[in-house]
Design a protein around this ligand. Structure first.
Ligand code: NAG
Ligand code: NAG
Ligand code: NAG
Ligand code: NAG
Ligand code: NAG
Ligand code: NAG
Length: 535
């Protein structure tokens, strides 16, 4: 009844918002919804079904195919957006890849069919009149090159008897299928370029890439210039191909796995990447990993992205070479909401002009530092500049002195009243209590205890847990005893909403007796998936 009242007065936009909130599990509700919408509005049935189907789980959507022609026509395009992803998740991965290969082969045009037949690659047989109803490849939105390769291999291997030169067959089939999928998939918005020689294929299909939103480059460990059959390009050539073709990317991921590249190689890699970044008019996310060299030029290319860039993630990047120009471009990205700096190298402090609002909109800050010293003032300056907007902090700081640790946590306490998630690798007892008392919106707290953590601290801790805290993950050296658990529970305030308390010493399980004490109080003691914003 509640649904009825709401639906009668919603607009087209309202319905979207409403359905978004509704988790439809029962078809009766779905049907009622459709009838109500038809009665109350001029929204077409197709529109409302599409909106509803978007929110179903794949297995639920799958049953919709069999309802009638209209339902089938609406659900198939949604189901086939990212078939590779689904295949990967299924238990019988090999079999599903094989079936997927079969479907793709059935959708090939005559020319490509003939080409494969000429190469003696076996094609699936279909009784006449049973060709696929849909052109499935045209529905794909995500193309994962690596999985297309695995899928091709699966087909060749399961038809082993018919392919005499199986390595050669795999190669031809991979190329043909990738080419075909790129030709057909007008809607693709993500290409995952994992070590496949895309160069000869990509230029032909340039037009189809205009909608591309996301791209991931993953370099091999060394440039392999020699290849007898393929015309293999270098990493920077690969990146350059895309900078000339696309200017609408929102998300760029680059993972460099080269260990021993020459300086020249590195330099051309960074140059190519800088060019790619510069050419994108509305870049939102940039994730770079594995650049232990001067990446100033990449940062400099962020200059035009002052309003669009919302996420920057740096992993294993050397920030020692960073030029003042690069810093200026970086901090001009005032809309940055998420900044992750993990295992980067930097020895010198980075200073901004005092009083400068660096990242006033920052909501998520991740700072993981196992490798070397890191300029702590730099991080403190960032926290201070966030205008109290920070909601998510993760710190792992192996090499931090206790003085620096204190000042870092203190800065957070004073400048982040809106914090929702805090994950710190080591906290002192006094800091624990201070954190619980200061962050009044905290929903999730993860920490490692220091060696002074004892039964009494645990019991005292309970008194400070606020109404908002739902998830608590504690790594301890020694488990508190069952009596301590009882006292912990007794000390909780009446209005506490704690859902999960996961305590672990990394070795044995928590004793059943302790689990039961928590469960009796409605608290789960296993780790469950929780709050993860701004991913
Ligand atoms: C297949 O082989 C035939 C005979 O050699 C040739 O005429 C035809 O062009 C080939 N087709 C393709 C697509 O390569
Ligand atoms: C360039 O891309 C091709 C596939 O597009 C790949 O085979 C090659 O390994 C890549 N080269 C580098 C150095 O990343
Ligand atoms: C690459 O090719 C050159 C010349 O053809 C040859 O000398 C070299 O050994 C090859 N390198 C590899 C890794 O195959
Ligand atoms: C490799 O590509 C170049 C052009 O980029 C072309 O001239 C050459 O013939 C190609 N080599 C092979 C073996 O395909
Ligand atoms: C790093 O690169 C930038 C721009 O490409 C350049 O201006 C700077 O001199 C380089 N720094 C070092 C230490 O090589
Ligand atoms: C907690 O108290 C028990 C006795 O109840 C003691 O054996 C244990 O060592 C204490 N653990 C810590 C970490 O203080």
């Amino acid at each position: 009844m509640h649904i009825e009242v709401q639906l009668c007065c919603v607009s087209r936009k309202g319905i979207k918002i409403f359905v978004n909130k509704l988790i439809i599990k029962y078809y009766s509700i779905l049907l009622t919804l459709i009838i109500l919408v038809k009665m109350s509005n001029n929204i077409s049935l197709t529109e409302i079904l599409t909106e509803v189907f978007e929110h179903l789980e794949p297995h639920e959507l799958h049953s919709c195919i069999f309802v009638n022609r209209q339902w089938c026509k609406i659900s198939i395009p949604i189901l086939w957006r990212s078939p590779f992803h689904e295949c990967n998740l299924l238990r019988n991965k090999w079999r599903s890849l094989n079936l997927l290969a079969r479907t793709c082969l059935l959708c090939l045009g005559d020319n490509k069919r003939e080409l494969l037949m000429n190469e003696s690659i076996p094609l699936p047989s279909v009784p006449s009149g049973q060709q696929p109803i849909f052109d499935y490849p045209s529905l794909f939105r995500v193309i994962n090159i690596e999985i297309i390769c695995t899928m091709s291999d699966a087909w060749v291997i399961s038809n082993k008897g018919k392919c005499t030169r199986s390595e050669y067959c795999k190669k031809v089939l991979r190329k043909t299928l990738i080419e075909h999928l790129l030709e057909r998939a007008e809607m693709i918005h993500f290409i995952n370029l994992d070590e496949f020689n895309i160069k000869p294929i990509i230029n032909k299909n340039a037009l189809n890439l205009r909608r591309l939103k996301k791209i991931r480059f993953s370099s091999p460990t060394t440039d392999r210039k020699n290849s007898s059959i393929d015309n293999v390009s270098t990493f920077s050539e690969n990146v350059s191909i895309f900078s000339t073709l696309i200017n609408n990317l929102q998300h760029i991921i680059v993972e460099n796995h080269k260990q021993h590249g020459s300086f020249i190689e590195y330099e051309s890699d960074t140059k190519a990447l800088a060019e790619l970044v510069r050419n994108q008019g509305s870049l939102k996310c940039l994730e770079i990993s594995g650049y232990y060299m001067n990446i100033s030029s990449i940062f400099e290319s962020l200059k035009g992205k002052t309003t669009t860039l919302t996420k920057l993630s740096l992993n294993r990047v050397d920030l020692n070479f960073i030029s003042q120009n690069a810093i200026n471009s970086w901090i001009s990205c005032v809309n940055l909401k998420s900044l992750e700096i993990q295992n980067c190298k930097i020895v010198e402090e980075i200073y901004f002009n005092s009083g400068q609002q660096i990242f006033p909109n920052l909501k998520k800050l991740v700072f993981v530092n196992h490798v070397a010293k890191f300029p702590i003032n730099f991080i403190i300056q960032i926290i201070k500049s966030t205008n109290k907007n920070l909601e998510f902090i993760k710190f792992e700081l192996d090499h931090l002195t206790s003085v620096n640790q204190l000042s870092l946590i203190n800065t957070a306490i004073h400048h982040c009243p809106n914090l929702v998630h805090l994950n710190v690798d080591e906290l002192l007892n006094s800091q624990l209590i201070q954190i619980l008392d200061s962050f009044r919106k905290l929903r999730e707290l993860k920490f490692d205890t220091s060696n002074e953590f004892d039964n009494n601290t645990f019991i005292e801790f309970a008194k400070h847990i606020s109404q908002t805290l739902k998830y608590l993950y504690i790594n301890v050296d020694y488990y508190p005893f069952p009596d301590t658990f009882r006292m912990f529970i007794n000390n909780l305030n009446d209005d506490v909403n704690l859902k999960v308390l996961h305590i672990s010493n990394g070795a044995e399980e928590l004793r059943n007796e302790c689990r039961e004490i928590l469960e009796k109080h409605g608290i789960i003691s296993t780790r469950i998936h929780s709050y993860q914003p701004f991913l």
